[in-house]
Ligand binder design. Sequence first.
Ligand code: AMP
Length: 304
Amino acid sequence: MSVLIVGSIGIDSVKTPFGEASDVLGGSAVYASVSSSFFNKAFIISVVGSDFPDEYMELLKSYEIDITGVEKIPGQTFRWKGYYTYELNEAKTLETQLNVLSEFDPVLPDSYRNLQDPHIFLANIDPDLQIKVLDQIKNPELVVLDTMNYWIENKPESLKEAMSKVDVMVLNDGEARELTGEPNLVKASTKIRELGPKRVIIKKGEHGALMFSDDSIFSAPAYPLEFIFDPTGAGDTFAGGLIGYLSDVHGNKEEDYRKAVIFGSAMASFVVEDFSLERMKILTWDDIKERYYQFKTLSHFELI
Ligand code: AMP
């Protein structure tokens, strides 16, 4: 089993109340694939410009991520500039330069087309590109979709089409409200599920995540961290852990999804401890397992 991820690869400049980082590696496909690679082999489809530093490519390779599907074309790499206030749940975008992303026409390499029943993560990127990639895959085992306010506002119709083709959608609370025009998250999740995905996971930053399906609601806590330096990539890292775990165990039952949400939350709780991918560079499987168990203790209580 494998995880195929389409999303952005970018150069980020981020400011938080605790510091700032300029021109660091970012992008939804980067965070998601690094997270997913702790569970299973990840394959990226994306694009970078001729200015993209080799050392960033090398970093992805060091996680044994397959980058055959990453095209390098003349022009500038996608760039995102943002900041966070003490309200760390919401990134404020200062600048989005799509650059080479706006001319990207994804064509899957043969080695990707031949993957056996892959799990697909349509990470945050133009929904038209998400659809183009999905249309090239014959028998996906599971398709998970993410997006952000930028695409909800700029490409609402394409986003709806993408939603009609996927099994699971992950998005944060603000995006769920904006997408549906519904302030109540339970009602918003129902509206989203009416548009296609059978399962919806709404992330609430430091307040955890809610997962909705036909017959159940699961509430996962967030790990109470003492130090959060940079929330950038938390959502993609969450989704990478979720889909990585599901592909590893080949699971599709409610119990599998619940464990996957906790693994996703555990992975996200690490990435925010430092800027860019710094924390992920020293992360070990023992760290992940230990935090998974801490999640269990965190919300366990006896029945009366
Ligand atoms: P998140 O997990 O939501 O914090 O995602 C953060 C990443 O999303 C950053 O590393 C950005 O490079 C990337 N990003 C920001 N805006 C966009 C966009 N409009 N399309 C694709 N990726 C984006």
